[in-house]
Ligand binder design. Structure first.
Ligand SMILES: CC(C)(COP(=O)(O)OP(=O)(O)OC[C@H]1O[C@@H](n2cnc3c(N)ncnc32)[C@H](O)[C@@H]1OP(=O)(O)O)[C@@H](O)C(=O)NCCC(=O)NCCS
Length: 234
């Protein structure tokens, strides 16, 4: 997708992203704790989005308290996610495959891998990829390369909290240990930097990812996440 079709801005405590040629879908991420968000202002932003052509608005993955705030505004459940954490109290694997740093020239290839690995709703466009990379002050992006990139992982940390933001493996190269090796790299990097908990979320229905994370020592946290949706009514 060309960047002409992507729009992003922040207002009223929300980051808003519209993508696609028709801008029918928007994504909102709260930038403040919900106690600091004002319902009237968020409703105003939703009104602006519907005037800009959005027919559906999806939230980012929200914690229970944030879900309540958006539910009170008329949002309904789109999809539930598990939140998992690794607390480094159990041994962690070493990567079994070579990987290298992300290069600017990998950008399009990473977007291609992402699109082929994830169902449409979860696929990254350029803005979402940039957002995942810049979400934390420190970020590690590793690329598993054979002739061309076959998989990648984005891990970030803020203070002593770590976030496994993305892991995707080209379906043509899945089931040969790339995902496990990339997650092992993320764990090693985090541990060396004294991260006390590495968090990751995944769709409740994503049994492959769940089995990968649980087999590597991640444990489900109480009170999962959810993406909510708001449909414009004419
Ligand atoms: C999840 C994903 C990253 C795994 O990558 P991969 O390179 O295929 O994984 P590996 O070969 O390293 O396998 C690691 C483990 O993942 C689990 N797994 C991966 N694919 C699986 C499948 N098709 N069926 C069952 N388990 C699977 C298994 O536990 C596997 O361990 P095992 O081989 O010892 O049984 C890959 O399937 C993918 O990109 N999926 C789409 C994107 C995604 O869901 N990303 C993570 C969610 S945020």
């Amino acid at each position: 997708m060309s960047s002409d079709h992507l729009l992003q801005w922040s207002s009223n405590g929300l980051r808003v992203r519209m993508s696609g040629t028709t801008h029918l879908v928007a994504h909102v991420t709260p930038l403040l704790p919900t106690q600091k968000l004002r319902k009237a202002e968020v409703l105003h932003s939703l009104d602006d989005l519907s005037k800009a052509g959005a027919e559906k608005v999806f939230t980012s993955a929200l914690r229970p308290r944030e879900q309540q705030f958006f539910a009170d505004l008329g949002f309904t459940l789109h999809e539930e996610l598990f939140l998992l954490a690794h607390n480094f109290e159990t041994p962690i694997d070493l990567p079994t495959r070579p990987s290298r740093r992300f290069r600017r020239s990998d950008w399009e290839e990473l977007l291609k891998i992402d699109s082929s690995a994830f169902p449409q709703f979860w696929q990254f466009d350029g803005l979402a990829l940039a957002e995942a990379i810049s979400a934390t002050s420190k970020t590690r992006i590793r690329v598993d390369v054979q002739d061309t990139p076959a998989g990648f992982a984005i891990t970030g940390r803020s203070g002593r909290m770590g976030f496994l933001q993305r892991v995707a493996v080209d379906p043509r190269h899945q089931r040969i240990g790339i995902g496990r090796s990339l997650v092992a790299d993320a764990l090693q990097w985090s541990k060396k930097r004294f991260v006390k908990e590495l968090l990751v979320n995944t769709q409740v229905s994503n049994s492959n990812a769940l089995s990968l994370y649980e087999s590597m020592g991640f444990i489900k946290k109480y009170g999962g996440l959810a993406v909510l949706q708001w449909t414009v009514t004419s």
